[in-house]
Write a protein that binds this ligand. Sequence first.
Ligand code: C2E
Ligand code: MG
Ligand code: MG
Ligand code: MG
Length: 282
Amino acid sequence: AVKASGPGQWAFFDRSMTENALVRLRTEASLRSAIEKGQFVLHYQPKLDLRSNRISGCEALIRWDLNGDLVPPGRFISIAEETGMIYDIGLWVLREACQAQRRWRRHAGAVPIAINVSVRQLKDERFIDDFLDIIQASGADPELLEVEVTESALMSSIEVSAHLLREMRSHGVRLSIDDFGTGYSSLAYLKNLPIDILKIDRSFVSDLPEESSIPRMIIGLAGQMGLRTVAEGIETEGQLAWLRDNGCDMIQGFLIEKPLPEADFLRFVDAYRTARAFPSAS
Ligand code: C2E
Ligand code: MG
Ligand code: MG
Ligand code: MG
């Protein structure tokens, strides 16, 4: 088949490889300059507490601001991870979240902010010092900061993570396992880590209410272990009803609100407080 495809085919193959490599190099170069210039923004997605019916926090999600076009994390986080640039991006995210928390103190009061942390960041030996320095220098309250680490990231460096997570936890930072249930891991690690929250992966939530065995199992496990649960990616009233009836603590998803720029997020929090219902539903 290789021979039959002929030299032209190979030339074509080579050219497209080169093009991919070029696109990638260009992306890397402009990502590097974005880091220098701080061309990112955080959007904030609210989390709703199902018992109190209040906004109990939010998740900060990064976007790359490419001359006004917002590039979603799915398009650059993996490149940033492979090149190590995620380290500096992660510090930017933490700094920005800490500053937001301080800004909001005056306006919206205490709204905990969760940030996503990659395994590449955790594995860097500078991480814990840089992390704690930024929190301290910003004057942010570590109790209002939450770190989301995916289950698969955690599994890939369990020894490193256990130590770091304990250190962060001892300073009051809350820890949640993101995309829980997708890591194909043994559950034994859970009892050795200072985890506060399990986030039920969107892939399980989207099967609700018809297929509920995995969310039921995760909520049961969390209850037994004294952990709280957040279900991510709620899009329908049916999913909401099932989660409410079955003891899930918090939900996050487009049904409540999508990730919003800071000003819009704060308006949402205000409107929600006043209406005590989804502003969009009224
Ligand atoms: P994640 O941490 O699991 O974040 C949830 C993703 O689901 C977000 O996508 C969010 O916009 C999306 N989402 C929320 N509700 C719904 C819903 O109801 N339906 C659907 N279809 N999607 C929903 P986003 O912002 O594109 O982020 C994707 C992933 O990129 C995140 O997944 C996280 O793993 C990563 N990421 C985002 N920000 C950062 C960051 O600052 N640092 C690092 N290391 N990773 C980040
Ligand atoms: Mg997350
Ligand atoms: Mg998630
Ligand atoms: Mg996810």
